[in-house]
Ligand binder design. Sequence first.
Ligand code: 10E
Ligand code: SF4
Length: 345
Amino acid sequence: MDRMTAATSSPTPAPAKRVLLAAPRGYCAGVDRAVIAVEKALEQYGAPVYVRHEIVHNKYVVKTLEKKGAIFVDETVEVPEGNIVIFSAHGVAPTVHEEARRGKLATIDATCPLVTKVHKEAVRFAKEDYDILLIGHEGHEEVIGTSGEAPDHIQLVDGPGDVENVEVRDPDKVVWLSQTTLSVDETMETVGALKERFPNLLSPPSDDICYATQNRQTAVKQMGAEADLVIVVGSKNSSNSVRLVEVALGAGARDAHLVDYAEEIDEAWLEGVTTVGVTSGASVPEILVEGVLEWLAARGFGDVEVIRAAEESITFSLPKELRRDLRTEAAELAAGPADGDASQG
Ligand code: 10E
Ligand code: SF4
């Protein structure tokens, strides 16, 4: 460019600031069902209702349900005899069901049906005397529950680096299963390494990493490649939310952070940024994403483009114990007041 042109041309406009909003994001069918189960139980039986473990790994959800009368406990033995306890969406080991029976507790099992599916696979392969390699994160509630279905047959494989530690009885009778919320790519890497050691390794009958985990990762991959910064809304103990940060970085995002609330976003993250990707984990209510979008709009990022990777329409019916009681109540209401109630009117 010569001097004259430079002197007369208008300054280059700043690149437009924009937000890429991932879809699908937020609540999956299993989380929706579990949260509604706690709400309905509170309406049906009155507070308090006990919940073993965070119903889903989200601070806001837990706080909101606590305000409505839910009491979260770490172990079933903490629930006073005769009360109701709800098991979280992550699932529990059979020993937890036994503890509840011993404690004379009524239970509502809000385990996601897709986690139950993995439990059933574990039981089936253990019955057939397979060595089961469960790919997952040590200490995670779901892994503890699944392992508890067949503790003598299951060993945990926590990522590709753990493959060398695996020891099996018969290398021709080994199957892998997994936690539902893992990184798809990292899991395939782990499976590849396992197959090198055990060429006859059997795979699960259908994907253990659930549809919601896969779809949220596909969406974040699509936008991660274009984003300077990706903000994932989710809690620190939410495995699937943490995976979204990793997937975003792996897809090429320059920077990515996990936040529970908009207030946790650091203004410094926006330096030199024109494209911000936004998504949320499967346990995150949309109101928290809306807060982040408002926060960004107030800083010039008001232009929002949705990046849709998949349509989701899956829903699950409420836990059977709750459906039974809701049906009974509806039938009683339809039948009119019972004899004993008539005098109260
Ligand atoms: O830590 P996770 O991602 O397993 O749990 P979450 O509560 O954040 O999301 C819901 C996922 C469940 C219940 C596990 N399948
Ligand atoms: Fe179920 Fe998947 Fe949601 Fe977990 S993330 S609760 S397995 S739908």
